[in-house]
Each structure stands twice: as C-alpha cells, then as structure tokens.
Design a protein around this ligand. Sequence first.
Ligand SMILES: [Zn+2]
Length: 257
Amino acid sequence: MTSPIYYNGQEYERRTSNDSLKGYLLATAASGAVLAPLPWLGMPFQKQLIKEMPNNREYKDAFFKALDISGLKEKGVNIVEAQKVLGAPPEYALGRNACYIPSAKQVLINTDKISCAGLHELGHAMNDLMSKYGVKYLAKMRGAGYAIAGLMEYFAIFSRTKPKGAPRSFTDVIEDNCGKIAFWAMLPVVIEEAIASYRGIKLAKKAGLAEPLVKNMKKLLGKALLTYGGRAVLGGLAVYASRKVMDYFTRPKEINY
Ligand SMILES: [Zn+2]
C-alpha cells in the first residue's frame, strides 16, 4: 500500500494511477453519452427550415424591407449572398445556415433559400449595433462562453480531486462546481439568441409579412432556441457527469480503523 495522506487528522488512502485511467475512460464515455443527442436536437429546426423554402419569396420580400426600415443599412450592415461567394462554407451557400458577422457588419446568407433565417440575423445585427442595456455585451461574451464551457470539461477530467473534508482552494471550488459553471457560461448565448429572434419577428411584422408566415417563423425560431438551450443544459450535464465519474475513481478514500 502507498503512504496515506492526512487532512485535519483524518487518514486517507491514495488512489492508484490505474484508478485514474479507469476514471478517465469512463468519464469521457459518460460525457460522450450525455452529448449524443446533440445532432438530434437541431433536427426539428433543420426540417422546418427546409419546409419554409417554398414560402421564400414572401420571406425575402420581408427580409429586404426589414433591412430598409430597421435603420441597419445606415449603420453599415450589408448582406452577402453566400451562394455567390467563392469559397463560402457550403452549408451557407446551400441555405442550411446563415450568420451575422459583427466585425464585418455582414449577414452571410443565401436569400434565395432561407430569408426567414435572415430576419433572425438582422435581430443579431440590431443587438450588436442598436441596443441599450448591454445586450451588445451578451453577443461579445459568446466566444468566452464557449471557451469557459470547454475549459470546464478539462477541469472535470484533469483536476486532482482532494478528499471531501480537505480545505478548498479557488481551483477546487471551480472543480466542485464545473457543471454549473459550464451551464451558466452558455446562458448569455441563449439569451442573446432569444432577443435576436424576438427582434427578427418584430421586424417581420413591421415589414408586412403575412400572419401565417409570422406564426411559422415563431415556430422555426422556437426550435432554434431549443437547440441552443439544449446545448447549454447537455453541456452542463456532460461536465457534471465527467466530474462525478472522476470523483468516484480519484477521490482519496477515508481510512477508519
Ligand atoms: Zn442566431
């Protein structure tokens, strides 16, 4: 047996490197299992996006009208047709995705296919360029949110677990709460997406989009939000699961005689 460790007069047994390896393998497997439904979460959105394509003429009309009346043009926002840009990512050119690029003030989209998604992207542009109350900063936290959530997985798996009764350092506290932190780090993204959708729908109405199509848009954007919300929840749970498994295999055990 290896030499025991002591905290507050309590004796603990060190765990072996074999335990750590087992923990690592099972923790990554657990995290993978929790994240497995992720591609499936985005399916309802993708399906409806394709279903809305026959209505694109109306959406496209509303999209360009919305661009005019929103004041975004004056702020320097321009639309880049992904299908006409050489080397644009295929999912954008084919009309499977669209995005707003804040640094370039550009909406990258195929307006011949998915103008309904474009209205949501105009919502992002408004968040970036025309918002009060710090909504702008939610968008800026996007990158940091993803980075922190990723870092928490690292904390869950590679940190060294101390016995339960041991004094806690700053990194121990992070380690103990890594699942929650991963979830909270993703929340700004979810909130900013919701506000972009809300603004996109408001713009669509102002631009005169027919009521049944406004309804469809609400459904579509609701499904998109479900994807983001689901990602935050599953991301947090995956980190939590990894941490629990690592805990089980690497936390020193109390020795009581
Ligand atoms: Zn979005």
